[in-house]
Design a protein around this ligand. Structure first.
Ligand code: GRF
Length: 206
């Protein structure tokens, strides 16, 4: 069989989306790609532990160590080259990447966002804030979106979306958990498989 698409997952926190991808790989629902590298913007992210447990090389590329976004991206690019990465997955990665960086990898960077874009998206909409604003606005349906990353925050081409009900009594924390369980952990592995498949198809056509 041909070599699989080589996937890097970039994280900042708990890494439950990373785990969903690793579990899908194990279960065989991701069969065209394999995670070979994890990069975290924080040295304390539990995602690093998850990578270690799965035997995947993981690096913390932190502001503290590298100082500027330019230096951070320089290090990230060198790791991506070293590991011959085909597909980059932002799974809770909190550093906003520069237009120079995103322009290097057109249709090769995926992001998962915890709302139905364009609602509750763009600069400043990350983490619990997204769910707080959804509850404040009183929407009855929210969800998650997986999209390609370009120079506009949450503005790249949408790959897939999944709706999730907002229920009476929801807190931002409860809603965040439901959106993760019902949407994010489903959408992201599915998109990793479909884009990896596309990469393999392109490779086979060469
Ligand atoms: C998720 O809510 C994701 O949508 C957002 O950041 C969170 C990451 O959580 N981009 P985890 O680190 O995957 O658990």
């Amino acid at each position: 069989m041909n070599e699989k698409a080589r996937v890097a997952v970039m994280v900042s926190g708990g890494g439950t989306n990373l785990q969903a991808i690793l579990d899908a790989e194990k279960a065989g629902t991701i069969r065209s790609g394999e995670v070979v590298l994890v990069i975290s913007s924080s040295s304390k992210a539990y995602a690093l532990e998850r990578a270690k447990l799965a035997g995947i090389d993981a690096y913390a590329v932190t502001k503290k160590k590298y100082g500027t976004l330019e230096k951070i991206e320089e290090k990230v690019v060198s790791l991506l080259q070293e590991y011959r990465i085909d597909l980059i997955v932002l799974a809770g990665f909190l550093t906003v990447l520069s237009p120079d960086f995103t322009a290097r990898y057109p249709r090769r960077i995926l992001n998962i966002h915890p709302s139905l874009i364009p609602s509750f998206s763009g600069d400043g909409f990350y983490g619990l804030r997204v769910h707080e604003e959804a509850l404040k606005r009183g929407v009855k349906i929210t969800g998650a979106t997986v999209h390609f990353v370009n120079e506009i925050t949450d503005g790249g081409e949408i790959i897939d979306q999944k709706a999730v009900n907002v229920l009476p009594g929801d807190t931002p924390e409860i809603l965040q958990k439901r959106v993760m369980e019902e949407a994010e952990w489903v959408l992201l592995p599915k998109a990793v498989e479909s884009v990896s498949q596309e990469i393999l198809n392109l490779r086979a056509a060469l």
